[in-house]
Design a protein around this ligand. Structure first.
Ligand SMILES: [Zn+2]
Length: 384
């Protein structure tokens, strides 16, 4: 061996190895460098980065410091995550995801040399409690079927002042959730000019692009149908409420409208003739479901709209007033109820997808599995 080749072997030992081993070492070198700089997998790093962005956004909305974060801030964040719902009314984030988010927050703090706020006992205790609670309670909002909806609406004081004012609004909200299968944020966001009276169908409602289909910016049209009876007529309910809005606080007109509440007569124009309100009354970009205030003697309708959360609370209160346990119900129970009731009455998956504005049949299947186990199930065809 010449002098030069010995030196070459010392300075670059890799070059003296067999070609295959050489390649293997090169690969190992890549792996070791990867291990060094990325102690976390790419997926975990992405999840941590997302977790941090979300937490920082939460802090910014609530005017809280994200870095370093106080353990109390993290507790609020956990509580907030625990009550967010997904498209099916179930928890939006699993406990495992919430834990991963906390790991992301911990990672960001440790890398900045700050104390890890998620290590605080108050935070870990909260997550453990949530895990136990989730294991105990059913995950999704129970559906409200037509009988339940009728019970809730019938229990309201419709024909007395001032209680009848909020009853008129709440009945509309209930029908929007049940017949229209609207989410609470969609119902709360409607303005009068989103509605169009339709002689044959009842009312057409334009619902903006939803979170479920962000890439589809064209609004969907939801139908609020006439009822065979005035008591099941969503359109009558809408006419009554909009008539109160048109009356604009005039107490005598309002009282006359409320006292004229007749469950045995359509006021929607279904049987021909004019309804209580006309298309011209809907030509306004003002909120449909407005906040109301009432004391024992007086009811006022505000100009601003209700929030989705207020609709949720309203429904639970109305359910309790109807003598039912509001425990597992929420505004989403109306949308879930639409699916379940329609399925029991023989609706096809395609029909339900259209009403719920779902793009995937699997979503409807989830409702079926949970609340309609007998639907499209051969057990019903055994001739028993
Ligand atoms: Zn009617």
């Amino acid at each position: 061996m010449s002098q030069t080749s010995i030196l070459a072997a010392v300075s670059a030992p890799v070059s003296t190895l067999e070609p295959e081993i050489n390649d293997e070492l090169r690969e190992l070198e890549v792996v070791s460098r990867d291990l060094e700089t990325h102690t976390l997998s790419a997926n975990t790093r992405r999840a941590y980065a997302g977790a941090w962005r979300d937490f920082a956004a939460f802090c910014s909305v609530h005017d809280l410091e994200a870095m370093p974060a106080h353990p109390e801030t993290v507790r609020w964040y956990v509580a907030w995550m625990s009550v967010q719902l997904d498209d099916l009314g179930g928890p939006r984030w699993s406990v495992a995801t919430i834990r991963q988010r906390l790991a992301g927050i911990a990672d960001a703090h440790l890398r900045s040399g700050a104390l890890d706020p998620t290590a605080h006992r108050g935070v870990s205790g909260l997550v453990r409690g949530l895990a136990k609670l989730r294991a105990m309670r059913p995950k999704r909002k129970r559906p409200l079927l037509l009988d339940d909806v009728m019970r809730v609406i019938t229990a309201m004081d419709h024909d007395v002042y001032p209680a009848g004012v909020s009853a008129a609004r709440d009945s509309v909200a209930v029908w929007l959730g049940f017949a229209g299968a609207l989410r609470r944020s969609e119902a709360a966001g409607l303005t009068l000019d989103d509605l169009e009276l339709h002689q044959r169908d009842g009312v057409h409602i334009r619902v903006g692009a939803t979170k479920a289909d962000q890439d589809n910016s064209a609004p969907d049209v939801v139908v609020l149908p006439y009822g065979s009876m005035p008591s099941t007529c969503a359109v009558c309910t809408l006419h009554r409420w909009v008539a109160l809005l048109v009356a604009d606080g005039d107490q005598r007109t309002t009282m006359r409208l409320l006292l004229g509440y007749q469950i045995d007569e359509h006021v929607c124009g279904r049987d021909g003739g004019p309804g209580l309100v006309s298309s011209a009354d809907l030509a306004s970009p003002t909120p449909l479901l407005r906040a109301t205030y009432r004391n024992r003697r007086l009811a006022t309708i505000h100009g601003r709209g209700v929030t989705g959360d207020a609709l949720h609370t309203m429904l639970r209160t109305r359910i309790a007033e109807a003598g039912m346990d509001p425990g597992t119900y929420g505004f989403h129970s109306l949308r879930a109820g639409h699916v379940t009731q329609a399925r029991r009455n023989g609706a096809s998956t395609e029909e339900i997808m259209r009403a719920g504005r779902w793009k995937k049949a699997e979503t409807v299947d989830v409702y079926d599995r949970e609340w309609n186990p007998a639907a499209r199930n051969s057990v019903m065809r055994l001739g028993l």
